[in-house]
Design a protein around this ligand. Structure first.
Ligand code: SF4
Length: 482
């Protein structure tokens, strides 16, 4: 399946991330800035909700006929001189791309940022075949030079600050000015010099695609830096790896998505560079074009009539930037190349929930992700549904501590006398929280709960006592008046 799951569960990985105060500072600063920019440009649109509804409707209708749209895309790409390849999983996609690069005789490729190739672990597969893949998106370059993993869909190096980036450049970039400062302009300049040399000598480029237009066979990449455009135009061979859900039926659909995407992702009214290409054009741009259509769990997700909504995602990352869990735990804790709220839904959908069982729990279910999503994916409901699937799959056998606690709670709540007795017992907890109003730690097994959160001090009077007192008095008053 490629890089869709980590080696640790989310709680274990998040524990380490939460202890890293520098990471939390970097993330807090970056997400607050992007959130502010997005809110400002979204507020400018009087028809933002209508656009969201249109985006949702377009995605739903496209998914309902995905097979037809993909066949049409293949026909149009082929008619314009491109070659279409179908890859069932990460292994097949990597094998196809590796073979295509080998056939060119090249051992170095430039890449424009692509989540699909991160998902399948293409760089590792190419490296095994002796092919060097050079990332050209600035954030991807920082991650690659730092020997790191991306932690955000749009800003993979969001967990790094300027001083850390300067250190990486000084350490890893051959020929960099030793006087390099952490000023953003100087850092961008160093990256530009480093990349220019690679753009000019590359004969093969590998790209992702934000959209594939079925009616014309056109692929599109939207970006902010222009490095992608260099990859898409200079080399002789272009290989595009695209998830099958990225197809849109017509150019007119882009009218909606190209408004929703930049405002939601970078907080811009319009992204600076939109590159579109259709097959090959003699004498202009790459003269060989290959499109690899990637399934890797998408068809199985599509078969789930509710869960398929996860495939509507246009990878804007707005849900990450508003998520309180992502802001504290960071992207690496999710284990998958798709972090944050959409990752917590998409990764288990693609791998099967048992392979990514902790991710649906990586959410407070506050709903901020749904409010921010430009195509109205109801992420909280999908998360609850995946949790239910996980619980159903694990019924029977030795109950987990959580299942035992839930069974005990069910037994207590099934009888009003037991519930009243439990309420009385819980008020003993008032002794524990009397100084702060909160209970910070409880003895085992209840420490599993207080290990990561405080409990409020129980009230002096329960709701049932209050009801009996108030209702009793009310009745007495009514009786007195009559
Ligand atoms: S789920 Fe919605 S908000 Fe999150 S990345 Fe996808 S499109 Fe953007």
């Amino acid at each position: 399946m490629g890089h869709l799951r980590g080696e640790q569960s989310f709680p274990d990985a998040a524990r380490g991330a939460l202890a890293d105060s520098q990471l939390r500072r970097n993330l807090g600063h970056a997400t607050t800035t992007i959130r502010g920019k997005r809110a400002a440009v979204v507020a400018e649109c009087d028809d933002w909700e209508e656009l969201r509804l249109a985006g949702e409707a377009l995605k739903s209708s496209t998914m309902a006929r995905l097979d037809q749209h993909l066949v049409e895309l293949e026909e149009r790409v082929t008619a314009r001189g491109g070659v279409v390849h179908w890859a069932r999983d990460a292994h097949e996609a990597n094998a196809i791309v590796t073979r295509l690069v080998r056939e060119t005789g090249e051992t170095e490729v430039v890449k424009v940022k692509s989540m699909a190739t991160q998902e399948i672990g293409l760089n590792d597969a190419l490296a095994e075949a002796g092919i060097t893949a050079q990332e050209t998106d600035l954030a991807e370059l920082i991650v690659q030079l730092g020997g790191d993993l991306g932690s955000h869909i749009l800003v993979p190096a969001i967990h790094r600050n300027r001083a850390e980036i300067r250190e990486i450049f000084l350490r890893e970039m051959p020929g960099v000015d030793p006087e390099l400062t952490a000023e953003p302009r100087r850092l961008a300049e160093a990256a530009r010099l480093y990349l220019r040399e690679r753009f000019l000598r590359a004969k093969v480029a590998i790209s992702g695609a934000n959209f594939g237009v079925a009616e014309s066979g056109t692929l599109l990449v939207v970006e902010s830096e222009g490095n992608g455009r260099m990859c898409l135009t200079l080399p002789e061979t272009l290989i595009t790896v695209m998830g099958i859900e990225k197809v849109v039926p017509t150019w007119q659909d882009l009218e909606v998505f190209l408004q929703l995407l930049p405002r939601s992702s970078t907080g811009e009214r319009m992204n600076p560079y939109t590159s579109a290409w259709t097959g090959v054009t003699p004498g202009d741009g790459p003269q060989a074009f290959h499109l690899v259509l990637l399934d890797n769990g998408r068809t199985a997700t599509l078969a789930d009539e509710v869960g398929r909504a996860a495939l509507h995602c246009i990878k804007c990352s707005a849900c990450l930037n508003v998520c309180p869990v992502y802001e504290r735990a960071g992207g690496h804790a999710y284990g998958s190349v798709y972090p944050g709220p959409i990752g917590a839904v998409l990764s288990p959908q693609l791998t099967g929930v048992e392979d990514n069982a902790s991710l649906p729990y990586a959410s407070s279910l506050c709903g901020a992700c749904f409010d921010a999503c430009p195509v109205r994916i109801d992420i909280p409901s999908l998360l609850v549904r995946l949790r239910a699937q996980h619980v159903d799959a694990n019924r029977g056998g030795v109950p987990s501590p959580e299942a035992a606690a839930m069974a005990a709670a069910s037994w207590v709540m099934a009888d009003h006398r037991r519930f009243a007795a439990a309420e009385t017992a819980s008020r003993l907890g008032r002794l524990l929280g009397r100084s702060t109003g909160r209970i910070g730690s409880l003895p085992p097994p209840l420490d599993a709960w207080t290990g990561s959160r405080d409990l409020p001090r129980p009230p002096a009077e329960s709701f049932r006592q209050w009801w009996a007192r108030e209702r009793g008095q009310g009745r007495a008053r009514e009786r007195g008046q009559s």
